[in-house]
Design a protein around this ligand. Structure first.
Ligand code: ATP
Length: 446
């Protein structure tokens, strides 16, 4: 399909010659002799681009452009100006015209400007599409009262430049909340830089955050910017913030006070504008009491606290989340979408979800691939080892030995759930090797 151009000019000669030339170049041409007629044409059928004369009797080009913008904010408009009307043309670009071309018209210049405008429009459309997709990707799914409350808190915090602290158990969705907060904020066009504070050794975390001058503490490394500098004008997400070593906590606190810092090994003071979003699954008040976290930093970070509730406290969210994850997995693996039988959903709702939403997502992804049926029954869940019978309360055990066994079984199952039923990862988290972990599991099951 050829792009449609609407040419608006009160000179019939220009409409005819320009129209014929552009038609020869493969465009579909519509014309209008004044602003009113142009608005009518656009209402009938929106063209791909408008060439709009500035000087016209009645409604001039600028007023016509303002009217067009009311209904078609993204339609590219190129202004045609006479000699000596450059000032007006500049006003037109400020009002949202893509560009302007001067009379007498050179067909080459007209063609270049039209192609530029159409290409730019295509890029803009792609961008809008990606942005929408991005927003959807960061949407917090769930209709329970706690999920609604969470979305409201995120929306309110997004409007503020103050630091936000996201609290919640493993896998509840803290990172998702941080991304959603950034996307909804005025900084969404700028970067969101994420740093997992637990992933760096105490010697390297400060270089990661604040960057380093050449010849700094570790002169083998080149001069580089840290995450704080890279997040300038955007947001910095500090995940697992409780893992920051004490000296980095001190430097972060100083940065939060006035937005200034030094790169490691440097003396130049750098000032940036960064919104800090931090998250942790630890109890920071307890960490403060144990001397592991600075109280003053806690108060600086927790200006806007957001608690993400565990999944067991919002079981109404299990059905929509399970549906979402099954659909996502089917799109990714290019397989037909599966749904859950009500009895399978009941089984999911009876579970305690120690690994929270991540555990649910993992199970749905495995079901989407492994279940033989399109409507998933409880037996498919059982095949994945889900729905093991609940263990009795160790406090009610008949003797010390049974109490210890019950407690060990609960602990191992919980670690397994938190680590998405990945035995090597769960074993590492317990400080065991995978074989010993498995042996304990089998012994306790027997
Ligand atoms: N409400 C939700 N809607 C849609 N997806 C969710 C929701 N909550 C969590 N998820 C998904 O579950 C997974 C785990 O979430 P996320 O990584 O944000 O958890 P977390 O609390 O940051 O985990 P950790 O404590 O391990 O850092 C992600 O894939 C995330 O997209």
């Amino acid at each position: 399909m050829f792009p449609t151009l609407l040419i608006v000019d009160d000179e019939p000669g220009i409409l005819k010659t320009l129209g014929d030339l552009l038609q020869d170049e493969g465009f579909e041409i519509k014309t209008a002799a004044n602003g009113y007629e142009a608005l009518k044409r656009i209402e009938e059928e929106v063209p791909d681009l408008v060439l709009l004369d500035i000087w016209m009797p009645g409604m001039d080009g600028i007023d016509t452009l303002k009217e067009i913008r009311k209904t078609e904010p993204h339609l590219p408009v190129v202004m045609i100006t006479g000699h000596g009307t450059i000032d007006t043309a500049v006003t037109a670009t400020k009002t949202g015209a893509f560009d302007f071309i001067e009379k007498p018209l050179s067909i080459d210049k007209v063609l270049i400007t039209i192609h530029n405008a159409l290409n730019f429009q295509k890029l803009e459309e792609e961008n809008r599409y990606l942005k929408k997709k991005n927003l959807d990707r960061h949407a917090i799914t769930g209709n329970s009262a706690p999920a609604q409350q969470l979305r409201l808190q995120v929306f309110q915090a997004a409007g503020s430049p103050m630091p936000a602290l996201i609290l919640g158990e493993n896998g509840t969705g803290k990172e998702l909340v941080a991304r959603s907060l950034h996307q909804l904020s005025q900084r969404s066009e700028e970067a969101l830089i994420c740093v997992n504070c637990a992933a760096f050794s105490p010697e390297h975390i400060e270089q990661e955050l604040f960057g380093m001058e050449k010849g700094g503490t570790d002169s083998a490394l080149p001069r580089h910017k840290g995450s704080i500098e890279m997040a300038h004008k955007g947001s910095l997400f500090l995940d697992q913030v409780a893992d920051l070593p004490m000296s980095a906590q001190g430097h972060l606190l100083r940065f939060l006070e006035d937005g200034r810092f030094h790169r490691a090994g440097g003396s130049r003071e750098i000032q940036v504008d960064v919104r800090i979003i931090a998250a942790t699954n630890r109890n920071l008040e307890q960490e403060i009491r144990m001397g592991n976290f600075r109280e003053d930093l806690y108060y600086r970070l927790a200006v806007l606290p957001i608690t993400v509730p565990p999944l067991r406290e919002r079981k109404e969210d299990i059905a929509p989340l399970a549906k979402l994850f099954l659909e996502e997995a089917s799109i990714r693996s290019k397989i037909p979408v599966k749904t859950l039988r009500p009895e399978a959903l009941d089984l999911l709702c009876d579970h305690d979800w120690p690994g929270n939403v991540r555990e649910l997502k993992n199970i749905m992804e495995r079901l989407a691939i492994s279940a033989q049926e399109t409507t998933i029954s409880p037996s498919s869940l059982e095949d994945l080892g889900f729905g093991m019978p609940a263990l009795p309360d160790p406090m009610a055990a008949r003797d010390y030995r049974s109490a210890m066994d019950l407690f060990s079984a609960m602990y191992l199952r919980r670690q397994l759930a938190i680590h998405n039923h990945n035995i090597p990862e769960a074993a590492a988290a317990c400080g065991l090797d995978p074989e010993t972990f498995q042996k304990h599991m089998e012994a306790l099951a027997g």
